[in-house]
Design a protein around this ligand. Structure first.
Ligand code: ADP
Ligand code: 5GP
Length: 186
């Protein structure tokens, strides 16, 4: 099995986190990269597990030190993948999943052209609001901001190697698993 980098992108609320959780249960050898962010933790989120929560100053210091493989601003906050996260996993021969937004995915495409790029799309853009509201983690204002970004993100989906429509969750999870198994075993 060859270690690969999988980049999973898609608009907020499409189901990336849900699908990745299932993927990690089904393919336990995979590691999930823990990103850095300046956004505040949501209820239940733990530092070092869900994200490395950094202050603006800390984030800028890590950026100046060239610690990021990629970084982007999203909906008023900074997000980035630390090189150390990737190295930690790849050194052990494990494939890594990056759950990042579209600008970051483009940067990884440049620096790691052999990364496998997967876009998760909604069956209809209208479900994004329903799912974000149903998730209950973001204010109405934050949801509006995320849906604005989603319009641009949906426009970038043709740049990706793979596109999965997350309508039926089981089917989408099967498709994601199949893409990952084919890339790591091939
Ligand atoms: P993202 O990580 O892309 O922001 P989440 O994984 O948090 O999205 O999913 C957003 C919400 O949508 C969650 O409440 C989740 O349970 C729900 N969800 C995910 N996939 C589906 C699906 N196929 N059908 C209906 N609801 C879904
Ligand atoms: P959330 O605030 O919902 O956790 O994440 C918001 C967006 O930032 C999502 O699209 C998520 O994929 C993206 N994101 C999370 N971590 C990173 C990262 O390290 N880099 C980039 N570019 N985007 C990230």
């Amino acid at each position: 099995m060859s270690a690969k980098v999988f980049v999973i992108t898609g608009p907020s609320g499409v189901g990336k986190g849900t699908l990745i959780k299932r993927l990690l249960e089904r393919v336990p050898d995979l590691a999930l990269s823990v990103s850095a962010t300046t956004r505040s933790p949501r209820e239940g989120e733990r530092d070092g597990v869900d994200y490395h929560f950094l202050t603006e100053e800390q984030f800028q210091e890590r950026k100046a030190a060239k610690d990021f493989l990629e970084f982007a601003s999203y909906s008023g906050n900074h997000y980035g993948t630390l090189n150390s996260e990737l190295e930690r996993c790849l050194e052990k021969g494990r494939s890594v999943v990056l759950e990042i937004e579209v600008q970051g995915a483009q940067q990884v495409r440049q620096s790691k052209p052999d990364s496998v790029q997967i876009f998760i799309a909604p069956p209809d853009p209208a479900v994004l609001r329903e799912r974000l509201t149903g998730r209950g983690t973001d204010s109405a204002e934050a949801i509006d901001k995320r849906l604005k970004v989603a319009e641009q993100e949906l426009g970038a989906q043709d740049d990706f190697d793979h596109r999965i429509v997350n309508d039926d969750l089981d089917q989408a999870a099967d498709e994601l698993e199949s893409i990952v198994r084919t890339a790591t075993c091939g």
